[in-house]
Design a protein around this ligand. Structure first.
Ligand code: BMA
Length: 870
């Protein structure tokens, strides 16, 4: 028998070999060392008390406000009216520090860089008391070589944040034009605009190392960027270029190996490179036959390709990089047509109607946003049949995680550069700063297939006419406009074109690309604020025909559970209590809601009912706008309402509140953004029933149109077979109103029309319409019957009603329950089943179940229609 080495010896030998091997490998390979531990912070001012000046534990990435909160030095910033009490923080100076342990191994590398993926925003960075960096832009990556300053052993890294308010004022003072242009001081530091407060957000001007910070040690060369350019993508063939950017410290020759997997097979390509000190660019052309194309949600799947690049110089691997992308072609089609110039996104050859909402930051303090929050909100967008969001310019460029999720969910992104409303400085230094920011962000984000457009700013083009700028001396105005064009139709446009030529660029939202001086709805995108800011009725939406709508909205309150999170009972007596007003950031916002409420319905009977009715008011209003926009495809090719989410608990235009709870609008969006929409509409003295299809194949269906009394009597019932072409909107049923309204002397306030689209006996879309304004309709007490039963691991709730019940709202008190539908209409005689998912028992749920509908929001004597019906 042969002698065998004992098992343990074999294992030891293996370990020894593999460690030798990894050491040999890592000797020259770029090393990344996160610097997230050991941080401390304190307030830095002469007058600071000993207590404030004490060093305390800090979290990096993070910010001053969260560190103060964690150390219990401030109360919860979102609670009641605490915001006002915390304004001192922005005027103080702050300091952070940690230690870097430089080992001989670290110092043996040719280069050791300190890399901040983001610093908010004005900061001075010292290593061992030597100033190594001054940062003034939270949207840039900052990289400095520490090699000359690092010493063996302990090194102190210190980051000083002077008050951003004072730092900005100092820089602004250096701009000789400022007196004439009235450019706001804060804009001289590139910092998220919403930190200074917005009409939905509190003011928390914070400071901090808000993105990861690390050391990067490398030798001959490192891969500084990997990008997959997609010059020509068709279903048959994708012609791509892998662009590998290599930063080298010395002359040399190397090899780049690129690999990816296609249809289960690994493909590997190699390319020799001659390296020179500095930046080297390598382009590796590749072709993928029958590529798996990436589609927006609703149009196909979202396959993603992972590309991996390895750089070797001599025998040693110097660096590796990966990037993930989806293959698709994008055209922003802008062709002359009978209405002006089209504005439609054509993805893989399909003109896609953009359906969605504007997205604002997920929190006033971005570093605490969790993966769950991103998922919850973005999946909710997808679940509500949205295929596009506009990532609004007053916040910050989101995390990789956010964009990855959008890629996976098929949510297209209209990506603003981060300029929100304010006029921007025109100094040369500012422009250079912006160019570097754009270069960094576009390079960082360009492989995300979800980004279908880059846009210069939010409403800055419009802002030229604000704040009495019309009255400025002509010479100043000319200079300002010149500066504007340099940034938004020069620098940013060029940067996008250079770095991601397949992605369209648009100068501003809204804009007509300078084709219109005032909105004529012929060209470009539009923000419709006639409703809300202009205080006109919701019906006004139907008078506007933008080619692409990027903002329109109406506020509502979050539901009671969310309100309870920041209030005490005395705050919850009316929408006008001081704390409720502190959580309303739009001037007069609660009064605007109240005015519309009285105009469209009447006074809700109490505070909880006001919250509910405000959500219905919002949802019904936006529904008018959204259906109008969809009915008008292809003239209109996008409906992005303001806004999807909140950054704190507040009364706002959002459809999902800060706690992630869906408002009525989110459920309504699910219906009005469905791929098949049936939309009854009163026009030219007719009842016209449209069917809108976003499907890419024709639909055969039955269209059923019924005229009913509010208490359930069917007055007429029409059914017709319809053949709905793909990607279309058309009227399929039309009748003069006189036939409905005057028939049998029927009172117009007591009837409604119901349109259903039925495929294989299944109703796939349903919608109703009154013949008079909602205020005149006197809804009967519906007496909703409920039946809650266990059903598999879930529950089934059956609801039925003898009379029309509008916006039926099901809740389970404090029990957490997921409800498959809510804020829906109950048609008399047509029971509805919804699924309830909850950990609570059947008895608990039964005990807490509450079902209300619109009539319940008003006292009977005061209900809509009460006076008219007498
Ligand atoms: C537009 C947006 C936001 C704002 C919203 C509501 O101006 O771009 O700036 O929050 O309207 O007023």
């Amino acid at each position: 028998m042969q002698r065998r080495l004992p098992h343990i010896v074999l294992v030891l030998i293996l370990i020894l070999f593999s460690s030798l091997f990894t050491q040999a490998q890592s000797k020259n390979q770029r090393q990344t060392i996160p610097l997230h531990s050991g941080w401390e912070f304190h307030q830095l001012t002469d007058s600071a008390s000993a207590e404030a000046a004490k060093w305390r534990a800090a979290q990096v990435p993070g910010c001053v406000h969260l560190d103060l909160l964690r150390n219990k030095l401030i109360p919860d910033p979102f609670y009641r009216d605490n915001e006002a009490k915390l304004q001192w923080i922005e005027n103080a100076d702050w300091e952070y520090r940690t230690m870097i342990d430089a080992t001989p191994e670290l110092l043996s590398h040719k280069s050791v860089d300190l890399v901040f993926e983001g610093i908010d925003a004005y900061a001075e960075v010292y290593l061992n008391e030597k100033l190594v960096l001054t940062a003034d832009n939270m949207f840039r990556e900052w990289r400095v070589s520490l090699k000359p300053v690092l010493k063996l052993g302990a090194n102190q890294l210190r980051v000083v944040f002077p008050s951003p308010i004072k730092a900005a004022a100092k820089i602004a003072a250096g701009d000789k034009w400022r007196e004439q242009t009235h450019t706001a001081e804060k804009t001289y530091i590139r910092k998220a605009a919403y930190e200074y407060g917005w009409d939905w957000g509190p003011r928390f001007v914070t400071s901090g190392i808000w993105r990861p910070v690390k050391l990067e040690a490398w030798d001959a060369a490192r891969i500084s960027n990997l990008h997959i350019q997609q010059p020509d993508v068709t279903p048959k063939l994708a012609r791509l270029n892998a662009q590998v950017e290599i930063t080298a410290s010395e002359e040399g020759s190397g090899k780049v190996t690129l690999d990816y997997v296609h249809h289960g097979r690994k493909v590997e390509l190699s390319h020799s490179v001659t390296l020179h000190p500095g930046v080297n660019r390598v382009s590796i052309p590749l072709e993928i036959d029958n590529p798996d194309l990436w589609y927006p949600a609703g149009y196909g799947t979202q396959p993603l390709y992972q590309f991996h690049a390895r750089l070797t110089v001599g025998k040693a691997t110097q660096d590796e990089a990966t990037t993930r992308t989806g293959l698709r072609s994008i055209v922003l089609r802008r062709e002359l047509d009978q209405w002006g110039r089209s504005f439609e996104f054509v993805i893989n050859g399909i003109p896609v109607f953009g359906k969605g909402a504007d997205v604002i930051p997920f929190d006033s303090f971005p570093t605490r946003v969790t993966t769950e929050q991103y998922r919850r909100i973005l999946e909710a967008a997808r679940d509500a049949n949205m295929n596009m969001i506009r990532h609004w310019g007053g916040g910050y460029y989101e995390t990789d995680e956010f964009y990855n999720l959008c890629d996976e969910l098929g949510i297209m992104i209209w990506q603003d550069f981060m300029f929100g409303n304010d006029w921007q400085p025109g100094t040369y230094a500012f422009k250079q700063n912006v160019e570097k920011e754009a270069e960094h962000q576009v390079r960082r984000l360009r492989d995300h297939p979800s980004i279908v457009i880059w846009c210069g700013n939010n409403e800055t083009e419009e802002a030229f006419h604000w704040d009495d700028r019309e009255g400025l001396p002509p010479q100043a105005r000319l200079q300002m406009w010149q500066d504007y064009l340099t940034v938004f139709s020069g620098i940013l446009d060029r940067t996008v074109n250079r770095l991601t030529p397949e992605t369209p660029y648009w100068p501003s939202s809204p804009s007509s690309d300078y084709e219109e001086t005032s909105p004529a709805f012929q060209s470009g995108d539009f923000h419709d604020w006639s409703v809300w800011h202009g205080r006109v009725p919701f019906a006004e939406y139907e008078r506007h025909f933008p080619r692409f709508m990027t903002e329109y909205g109406f506020q509502s309150f979050p539901e009671m559970r969310t309100i309870e999170s920041f209030t005490v009972p005395e705050d919850r007596t009316s929408i006008f209590t001081p704390v409720m007003l502190a959580h309303q950031k739009n001037n007069q916002g609660n009064s605007i809601i109240h005015d519309y409420m009285l105009k469209d319905y009447s006074e809700p009977k109490d505070f909880p009912m006001f919250l509910y009715a405000s959500q219905v008011l919002q949802a019904e209003g936006i529904k008018i706008g959204a259906e109008h926009l969809r009915r008008n495809r292809p003239r209109v090719m996008g409906s992005i309402f303001w806004q999807l989410n909140d950054c704190w608990p507040v009364a706002s235009w959002s459809s999902i509140d800060y706690d992630g709870r869906w408002k009525a609008l989110q459920y309504y969006a699910w219906r009005f953004y469905a791929p098949l929409l049936v939309s009854p509409h009163l026009e030219d003295g007719n009842l016209a029933v449209y069917v809108v299809s976003d499907k890419t194949t024709p639909t055969h269906a039955q269209l059923r149109v019924r005229l009913m009394t509010l208490d359930g009597k069917i007055l007429s019932d029409n059914s017709l077979a319809v053949e709905v072409p793909e990607l279309s909107s058309k009227i399929y049923f039309q009748k003069p109103l006189s036939e409905f309204v005057n028939a049998d002397g029927t009172d117009a306030a007591k009837i409604f029309a119901l349109a259903d689209l039925v495929i294989d006996s299944k109703t796939v879309a349903s919608n109703l319409i009154y013949f008079v304004p909602a205020k005149i309709v006197r809804l009967p007490e519906p007496q909703i019957a409920t039946d809650l039963a266990a059903d598999g691991g879930k529950y089934r709730l059956r609801l039925s009603s003898k009379a029309l019940a509008r916006s039926v709202y099901v809740s389970f008190g404090n029990a957490d329950a997921q409800i498959s539908d809510n804020y829906f209409d109950l048609i008399p005689g047509q029971p509805v089943d919804i699924t309830v998912t909850s950990a609570a028992s059947l008895d608990q749920l039964r005990g807490q179940l509450k079902v209300i509908s619109l009539v319940d929001a008003f006292a009977p004597s005061n209900a809509p229609g009460a006076t008219e019906a007498k």
